[in-house]
Design a protein around this ligand. Sequence first.
Ligand SMILES: Nc1ncnc2c1ncn2[C@@H]1O[C@H](COP(=O)(O)OP(=O)(O)OP(=O)(O)O)[C@@H](O)[C@H]1O
Ligand SMILES: [Mg+2]
Length: 509
Amino acid sequence: MNNGQGEQISGSSVQVDITTVGSDSMSQDPIAVGTIFGDVGTNSFKFAVTGSAERSDYIIAEHPDCGNVLCQIGSIVRKTTMTLDKALEAASNDCTKDKVVATADVIGYKDEKGLLQIPRTTFLAATIVRRADPEFIRKILGLKDDRRSCAYIGMLKGYEMPIMLDINSLVQRHVSILAKTGGGKSYISGDILEELMKHGVTCLIVDPHGEYGAMRHPSDSKDERFGVEPHGYDDNIIEFGMTQIEGVRPLRFTFKSLDSRDILDLLPSSDSKSSLSLLTKAMDAVKERKQLYSIRDVIEELSSNESGKAYSLIADLESIDALGLFAERGNHISELVQKGKTTIFNLKGVAPDIQQIIVRRLGIMMFELRKANRVPPMMMVLEEAHNYCPQNEGTLCKKILTTIASEGRKFGLGLMVISQRPAKIDKNVLSQCGTQIILKVTNPNDLKAITASIEGLTGGMEQDIPGLPIGTAMVVGAGIQTPMLVDVRPRESRHGGASVQILENDNDE
Ligand SMILES: Nc1ncnc2c1ncn2[C@@H]1O[C@H](COP(=O)(O)OP(=O)(O)OP(=O)(O)O)[C@@H](O)[C@H]1O
Ligand SMILES: [Mg+2]
């Protein structure tokens, strides 16, 4: 609840559908939408709807002591005397004389120090309620409007008012993008990446479906409402992968950078103390002979050992060698991370355990290098995050990802976790995300996980999430203090995750 002390906002419910009204006309001539009546509280009140009002609309009510106060329509009810019997009798009943009542939740006003407060006394009955203009909404909610430091992600739903996320807090305080499959997660993450690229932020994308490479190309359409022009990001993108695809460079890690415990972690069956000592001995022997060495050198060294343990270790090492992921000389860090560029790790077709090995190596490398300030501050994007840091299982990369989630902020290493199964992501990771972008989610367990991780999400808003249409996101964080509905802006670059059409439509050109 709001204690009237500062930024905490309560009682507001961000819900669906707001009438589109032009911003200019609103700022000059706010429209009356109703009149307050009945029992009036400090957190909410009812008003008789006399104008155009939809759920989630922002409205202004003048308070006798505090001046204009921003409120939001939480619900609307049409009061009727129609019974079932009467309805059956008069199927063609004229409903236009019905009384419509809306409930508004008080968001607050700015006091003389610029702090958000909610009135401690009530509004007066018979007060006229007007539609809020974008400038007032922006002022009260403290929304940012500076394209130099912010990422433009869309318009406030129903208003011609750009919504901006503060890039510093976006990267420092981590982001989660959650929605059911096909809900638009990759689409909006592409929007954010475009903005990060424009602002010269270094990014690293773990791309299990190989869809982000499409961002090199411009999209097909331009959009006037959002002011978006097609633009490809070829100059900003570097792509690495395990399979041979044009434009994708081979990904190799230096074997020498692993110690025997790291290697043992990667092997399916060898986890005993004796394996560790065998491997350490073999690696020490190889290191004495050679400065640069590969898995083959270690395998050869182990082959000279007669013990049965060595045979199973050799078999495991052979399977790791066959991946071609570890080499005598891997990609140099200056190849993998370039200031202001986005590196895509295309893991399409790579087995899940190998993907985990890669994510673990990348996570450890970036965390250590950031600590030593040897790479620029960056955003690490993790698609299908539930596969890398699941809630109830361990994976090879979970530990480093939890460490980045809890400590990355100190070192300028941001995480953007994207998932269709919020309930299956490690809670410690999800709860560290300071910015949440929620699209359509229907699974009850996923909804519970979302409510648990978002502050300021009221019951009403939770109910709205399953009904969010494609292209509408609920956003909070990075300068947005209370969850807001945003019409997501179209992409400048091509979206690589478009659904595959199964049946051809006869009407298609
Ligand atoms: N804001 C938007 N505007 C227009 N189209 C959109 C928008 N968001 C999503 N779409 C469309 O919806 C489809 C699914 O979007 P997207 O690929 O982002 O879903 P997803 O949540 O990443 O799904 P998955 O879990 O399968 O990866 C795409 O074909 C995309 O074109
Ligand atoms: Mg996707």
